[in-house]
Design a protein. Structure first.
Lengths: 423, 423
């Protein structure tokens, strides 16, 4: 059973590998034309795509999936149009492949160039959102990579319909259609096989919740581009301006609570004026945010005590992704940094402070992909940073850290030209 | 048993993690002073180090280790002096930490800087050479990283003596001595625990043979910097100049056969003049190189047939690391590229050709860390590329590819300064 599955998967991955070698040689114009053609195919096949999606939705409903799940799974004419728009946006961006990153001549006459090349074959494991199928395939194609897609079983019909459109676009544009492979196997073994296909898959990107990411990290012998988990903190220093503090924590917590750059814990310096602390907590509560506070905080604000739930130790490590916020009172800047060292996930961490020296200490000592002084953690985002397409937000330290643009899907090679040099 | 070991290891790794946070804040001058002090300590404690090494050598001899093994294990006053010299060399190099890689201002006024920071804690697993203890610790310190060392059991006394010197130097220089940890546990479990200590170890570097590297890759959930295995090819095109071809393959194969950038397979275009082919093969044989040839090659050179061993299919995938060379005749440039695609390890690949168009095709299509036109594969080396210290040669595609300088032990972080911006 497993070996039959393995044979099928390896067959698809080998086709992808072979196609990646061809794809690496196409120029930007050809790849961009294919992206635009993929947009045309999506619109042309809209009826079929929506019908396939309807099948998935009916099945998910029968399986008793909650409304939020169905919402993620749902495609609409508007959502398809958004996908088409993003394909056109991507086609307009500069192709990083082929860039000469460095070039120098050695005393022996060797000319060394470091040039940017595609990674090869990207594997992606994702959950119910069918739009990831198009986004991920498009970014891979733009950067000259083949892609092997493995979405969730619940979106199978939708994903197959979308993949079909992209492959048609490749054929129409003279690019190798085998560069986009969809693995239609629901078993976990399919993911495990993908994650251990060293030599065929160059990088695995898990897109989804923490448990999906952990599973891929545990299983994978292929390099993983880790994205996503953000237990982000906003620290209000004793020197913080009130209005700035209020605006930043409200924005960081509630502008879009379900994303990874949203704040999950508020740290307040004990010596920040009591009345400001009280006003801020009351404001957060009145904004509909559930607060889970440490014992110190509850003691400092007896008037609010019945509205401040007692935080358990698990709260400091929880990524709520909802309108819940943990609150801790800290005795010093050092304590704030120590709390973040113990509980942060290295995503985005902010200090609100009027004292620049204290802010600089925070910025230099906190080890995270992005650290902020007097700004919301919500800015950790490819678009907000001014990058074009975003592949995700890396919370790992190797290869790419923070918002990842197109270059995260490339590597380099050294091209050395000589005239008979030996060593 | 295992949990007692785990407790000890995690204790050491936590000390390293804590020390890494302090170390990240030291300036280049302090780190360079510590490197020079480590050199002084090595010389001052030479007698104790050599005595410890003598113990290791006696034990290895009793265990029946071969002469080459003992040679790698052996320390001498000259070898210690070499280590001291390399510490001084390293101290002279520019510290990459703190470099502002990019800086820009967004329309909303946010100022974003991407700055270079240490990775944190580097784990290194290595074999009998005790000099790696000093080299690896020094490179880690230079880049502001703490290091957890796990050398082979056979070099334990030597490694502990060397580690002691480095830790003394840290104390003398006011740096945290816990930044250098040696794990004195011979069991494989110690390596497994190191490789799965996510959150405490930021990257694992295996230094040694293919089986060590594979073992670490299989076991590790921590990111791995993969170095080393090189099944490198030299392809002699039909347009190759004879003298250049001879010089390059002789150099690539025999100047230092045991290293990863040495050539293991010679590919010869069928249409390269027969007399040149014959002369080249005879020359290689007379240089003491054992040739293992494909059937085609043996048929083309009947006069040499009794000196050309028949290659088995395993030969194309063997990294001999000795004076043995596989030889295959190919019918075309495409076939040569196809052979390298099937059997290469993505390390270093060379073409010898007078025709530039053919050479450029090879350079662009072959997917390896370094590709060469009319030069020896032996140049894939940090020193030869003009880098300073070399951490190893990466054959992976993520993070670093090819010879790795100091920057391979760093990552970046985004520092964002605002004035109350929200999204």
């Amino acid at each position: 059973m497993e070996s039959a599955l393995k044979e099928k998967l390896y067959g698809q991955m080998k086709l992808a590998k072979e196609a990646s070698r061809q794809l690496a040689r196409f120029k930007q114009e050809a790849k961009d034309a294919a992206l635009c053609e993929a947009g045309r195919q999506l619109l042309q096949n809209q009826t079929a795509i929506l019908a396939a999606n309807e099948q998935d939705l009916i099945k998910a409903q029968q399986d008793g999936q909650p409304a939020a799940y169905l919402e993620r799974l749902r495609l609409t004419p508007e959502r398809l149009q958004d996908l088409v728009d993003s394909l056109h946006q991507l086609a307009k961006q500069t192709d990083p492949v082929g860039e000469i990153m460095e070039r120098w001549t050695r005393p022996n006459g060797l000319v060394i160039e470091q040039i940017r090349v595609p990674l090869g074959v990207v594997g992606i494991v994702y959950e119910a959102r069918p739009n990831v199928t198009v986004d991920a395939a498009a970014i891979a194609l733009k950067t000259g990579n083949a892609i092997v897609l493995r979405g969730s079983r619940s979106a199978l019909s939708s994903n197959l319909a979308l993949t079909e459109c992209i492959r048609k676009a490749l054929v129409q544009s003279g690019l190798p259609e085998e560069a986009v492979q969809y693995l239609p196997y629901p078993d976990h073994e399919a993911v495990d096989l993908l994650c251990t296909a060293n030599g065929l898959i160059d990088v695995i990107i898990p897109r989804g919740g923490a448990s999906l990411i952990q599973r891929v990290l545990q299983k994978s012998t292929v390099a993983v581009l880790e994205t996503g988990v953000g237990n982000c903190h906003v620290y209000i220093d004793k020197t913080a301006d009130y209005d700035m503090a209020e605006a930043i924590i409200l924005n960081a917590k509630s502008s879009r609570p379900a994303v990874c750059n949203a704040a999950e814990t508020l740290l307040v310096h004990r010596s920040w004026p009591q009345d400001l602390q009280n006003r801020l907590l009351a404001k957060l509560l009145s904004a509909g945010i559930e607060l889970r506070a440490c014992e110190k905080t509850r003691l400092l604000h007896p008037a609010l005590a019945n509205r401040l739930a007692a935080a358990s130790s698990a709260d400091w490590d929880t990524e709520y992704l909802s309108l819940t916020l943990a609150v801790a009172t800290v005795d010093s800047l050092d304590d704030a940094i120590g709390h973040i060292e113990s509980h942060g996930t290295g995503h985005s961490e902010a200090i609100v402070a009027s004292d620049n020296d204290r802010a600089e200490l925070f910025l230099s000592r906190v080890d995270a992909a992005a650290v902020y002084h007097n700004a919301s953690t919500r800015f950790t985002d490819g678009g907000e940073f001014g990058f074009g397409a975003e592949i995700g937000i890396s919370t790992q330290k190797l290869h790419a850290r923070g918002p990842m643009g197109l270059t995260a899907l490339t590597t380099s090679k050294y091209v050395v030209r000589g005239s008979g040099q030996i060593r």
